[in-house]
Design a protein around this ligand. Structure first.
Ligand SMILES: [Zn+2]
Length: 415
């Protein structure tokens, strides 16, 4: 089973927007692209929302059938590990093996030594084709990298072995993710992480490193764009080299766990993948949930009322809702509008404040981040929330579609 060159992860917390998401992808494909949709949902999201992995499979299959989509599509068990993978085995065909928590876990001296010895030929000045300066590979560097990443790659190989036994070799896509950590992995670290994965027989088709900069939930990238560009380009070159040198799958590509809406780095990535003729997987998650709230606000009436209630609860439960996401949000509480103020807003004012149009005078990134982490509030509302999604399905669906197509796909694939 192979993942296409371009794929986009469309997370959908409440599993109502599969069709709208697919419509956006099909619209891009009509322009000559071939993008595969991947419906991703993490264990945490399932727990908060009260869905099970089979719901995501049902949503994906139903959308594909309803729109008669003929391309490849996948269902991603996002950010799983050995203790959470089992319930995804049957319904998923894409697995994101999250080994971030194993980074820095101790490996035996023998293992570290054996890895360093296996890298003999790469020591000294290592010229990666296309890269400006050669990498300086010393024994000390290799020891540091081995101590940091051997345990994580070992864990990836254990999850992979479990899946291979359960699903059969070649019947699923393997992604390895290390993005949910503080410090980014450098291109030279990525190179040797890939060697470890190859050594351990993990046929990764996508790899999700932590990139430099802040990837806060639902808002734009915060960081040094030039540094990101350099790092992303070097990662692309390193992957190219690793595929040839270590025998990893030809289609291996970067997976960018964006936390959604990293618009300022989209053109940078677009330019580099085009220049080197490479693939890309871009994972989004909360952007669709935010469009649901925008759609409800735009719908007016009961929809707007509910959108206001969601803000009220979110505002009053900031600490609880933001806690689990503390590392990936930056909310300035003093810039949040009061509940009273929001209760007086029109559909347009609410939607413009939440919709991600950087530079729009009403756009408020603090408001947006708070709603982003507040899907738990809507989940607790149960059918009060989902019945509104049904009632206003048309307007909500068109917001979801427009967002994925206009703000994401067009920027990312230069349509
Ligand atoms: Zn991630």
């Amino acid at each position: 089973m192979k993942l296409g060159k371009y794929s986009i992860g469309v997370g959908d917390r409440f599993t109502y927007q599969g069709k709208a998401q697919l419509k956006a992808i099909m619209k891009a494909n009509e322009k000559g692209l071939d993008i595969s949709p991947v419906w991703n949902k993490s264990n945490r999201e399932h727990i908060y929302v009260g869905t099970v992995p089979a719901d995501t499979r049902k949503e994906a299959d139903a959308a594909v059938k309803a729109l008669d989509f003929k391309g490849l599509y996948f269902v991603d068990a996002d950010h799983i590990n050995l203790s959470t993978v089992a319930k995804y085995v049957e319904v998923s065909d894409f697995f994101t093996l999250d080994v971030a928590s194993f980074i820095g876990k101790e490996s035996s001296k023998d293992e570290v030594d054996a890895f360093v010895a296996s890298c003999e030929k790469y020591m000294g000045e290592l010229q990666i084709p296309g890269m400006e300066a050669p990498l300086q590979v010393t024994k000390e560097l290799l020891e540091t990298i081995a101590s940091k990443f051997l345990a994580a790659t070992q864990h990836a190989s254990e999850i992979y072995a479990f899946l291979k036994k359960e699903k059969g070799e070649g019947n699923f896509i393997t992604e390895v993710s290390m993005d949910e950590v503080e410090s980014p992995q450098t291109p030279v670290e990525l190179l040797f992480i890939l060697k470890m994965l190859a050594d351990k027989g993990v046929p990764a088709q996508t790899i999700a490193p932590k990139f430099t900069g802040r990837f806060n939930k639902g808002v734009d990238y915060v960081g040094d764009l030039e540094q990101f560009e350099k790092e992303f380009e070097e990662d692309v070159l390193v992957i190219d080299y690793a595929v040839r040198e270590f025998g990893l799958p030809q289609e291996l590509k970067l997976s960018v766990h964006s936390g959604s809406d990293k618009f300022s780095i989209y053109p940078i990535m677009a330019d580099i993948i085009l220049r080197y003729d490479k693939g890309l997987h871009l994972k989004t998650a909360g952007t669709t949930w935010l469009e649901e709230v925008i759609g409800l606000a735009v719908a007016g009436g009961e929809g707007l009322e509910l959108a206001k209630k969601i803000y009220e609860s979110s505002y009053n439960r900031q600490e609880e809702l933001c806690g689990p996401y503390a590392d990936v949000i930056d909310i300035d509480g003093s810039k949040l509008p009061s509940v009273e103020e929001v209760n007086g807003w029109s559909s347009e004012k609410y939607a413009n404040t939440l919709r991600h149009i950087p530079g729009h005078p009403d756009y408020n990134a603090n408001f947006r981040q708070l709603i982003h982490v507040a899907y738990k509030v809507a989940a607790e509302m149960g059918t009060t929330y989902t019945s509104m999604l049904e009632k206003y399905a048309d307007v909500v669906g068109s917001c979801v579609e427009e967002n994925i197509y206009e703000r994401h796909l067009r920027r990312l694939f230069t349509i």
